[in-house]
Structure formats: C-alpha cells, structure tokens
Write a protein that binds this ligand. Structure first.
Ligand code: SAM
Length: 269
C-alpha cells in the first residue's frame, strides 16, 4: 500500500496544497504532481496484478477480516488494541512469504503475530504435509478468529496457534529446544530488537531464514522527520541487524520494508 511510503503521503499533501486558489498554481504543475501520485499507485497495482492469486481460503479470511467490526470490538473492550485491517499482509507480501518458505524447503515455521491467520495459512499452504507453522498472538479474540478460519482450509491442521505475549512465548519455545527453518516477525515493534536476538540466537534452525516485516515502518527508519510511533524502535532494530557480524541481510522495500536475515555460515554453497 502506497500509504506506507512517506513520499506518497508528501505528494498527496502537496497536491491538496497546490489546489489552494490563492497560490495561483498553473494547471500544468498540478497535473504533473497528480501524475506522480497516479504513477505510484499504478506501480503498486501493476505488482499486485502480476502476482499470483491467493487461495480461496486466504481470500475468505481476508474478506472476513476486512468486513469485521474491529473498531466496535475495541470500543466494547473485546480486543486488546484498535486492530486495523491493514495489519493483515497484502497479496504481494503474502506471496513473497510463500516464495521464501517454499524455496527454502522449510518444514517448520514460526510466526510472531497471527492476527486473523492470513499469513500463517499462506505459509502452511506451501509446507509439506508433515510441516508445521507455530504462530503466536496475545489477543484471545484474534486467536479464536484465526483458529476458526484457518480450519476451513485443508492446511489448517499444520497450524498451531499459541496464545500469549511473545516476550514469554519465545523464551518458552527456546527452553523446550524448538527450532524453526523459517521465522516471520510481525508484531510489537517496541520489542523487535529482543525478538530478533532470541530468534536468531536460540530459535532459528541451522540453514534457516528470518523475515522481519515493517522494517521501515512508514519511513520512520530513515525519514528525518518521522511520522507516527516507533521511529526509535525501528531505527534500533535496523542498527541491531547491521551490527551483527555473523549474518547476511537484505532490506527490501516491499510494502513497509521486509528485512531478510540468514547466518553467514549458511550462505555458502
Ligand atoms: C501486524 S499483526 C500480524 C499480521 C499477520 N501476520 C498477517 O500478516 O496477517 C500483529 C499481531 O500481533 C499481535 N501482537 C501485538 N503485540 C504482541 C505481543 N507483544 N505478543 C504477541 N502478539 C502481539 C496483535 O494482536 C496482532 O494480531
């Protein structure tokens, strides 16, 4: 979604500004600015149009997520925070995750942040029959929602959903000696550095890959005047990745930024 990109937001603001009568901006300039905005949106639509479709079950979860009264549930105190449907991975990110899981031949996946189960189900779909996705979330309402909807899929039986705070779930998994071939971190930016460290040092199986979503968090990672929350946390996370000498990493500007990490020792053929 373009709104993750601060350039897009600036362009939108500028377009509104240029329409102020008193500025007497020429139609040509206004048109060119409008063109920039449209090109940015067209680029995104083009990527979506040239990406595989999601399964009918994932489409059903996405529709239910979009139609669900999250705001009212929050006002009634039934969910922990004001969940936004934009938290759900879009089709490009979802297909990208499936690509990574499938091409790395992962059998065990860990996800931090289930929400409605969309990304967990996508990853389960590309695992072998004995593969398993372990996903965790601290909100009982979304855990129940996700359980119900992933079970409408023949791949639902590959998914275990753990209810609890990631800061407790991850050490518990580490204590049990659990290891995962693929780890997707997608919750709670404030603790990204902690999750990154425990995942890399204790939970990532030899040869494993990690993907960390929202690594640029609306541009807060690099913008001089960052918008919104978590700017410091996002920058600290990126710095923590950069400081590690034992990993190979790449930050991709997919949607809100996806950081991919592997141990250097696993990069050699
Ligand atoms: C961005 S959403 C996950 C989206 C999901 N991976 C997808 O792509 O559809 C983040 C989720 O993390 C959960 N969450 C937030 N803080 C958490 C924490 N400290 N421990 C566990 N889950 C948390 C929220 O309840 C929310 O459902």
């Amino acid at each position: 979604m373009s709104h993750y990109d601060p350039v897009f937001v600036e362009i939108q603001d500028l377009r509104t500004e240029l329409n102020r009568e008193e500025l007497k901006i020429s139609d040509d300039i206004k048109e060119r600015v409008k063109n920039i905005e449209e090109l940015m949106m067209a680029r995104e639509r083009f990527c979506t149009d040239h990406t595989s479709d999601s399964s009918v079950e994932v489409q059903a979860i996405a529709k239910e997520t979009l139609d669900h009264p999250w705001k009212e549930l929050f006002q009634e105190g039934k969910i922990k925070f004001n969940m936004k449907t934009s938290m759900m991975s879009g089709n490009v990110t979802g297909c990208f995750l499936q690509f990574l899981v499938s091409s790395s031949k992962a059998k065990t996946v860990l996800e931090i942040g289930t929400f409605t189960g969309c990304s967990a189900l996508r990853m389960a779909e590309v695992l072998p029959p004995d593969g398993k996705v372990t996903t965790c979330d601290f909100d009982p309402y979304v855990v129940e929602f996700a359980r119900h909807w992933v079970d409408t899929s023949p791949h639902g039986n590959k998914i275990e959903i753990l209810l609890g705070y990631a800061k407790e779930t991850l050490p518990d998994l580490a204590k049990k000696g659990s290891k995962f071939d693929f780890i997707f971190i997608d919750a709670d930016k404030k603790r990204y550095v902690d999750y990154f460290k425990i995942c890399l040092d204790s939970l990532l199986a030899p040869g494993g890959t990690m993907a960390i979503d929202n690594a640029m968090y609306y541009g807060t990672a690099y913008a001089e005047k960052p918008r919104g929350l978590y700017g410091d946390h996002t920058r600290q996370f990126n710095e923590a990745v950069k400081q590690r000498q034992d990993i190979f990493h790449v930050l991709l500007p997919v949607r809100d930024g996806i950081m991919l990490v592997r141990r250097k020792t696993d990069m050699h053929g």
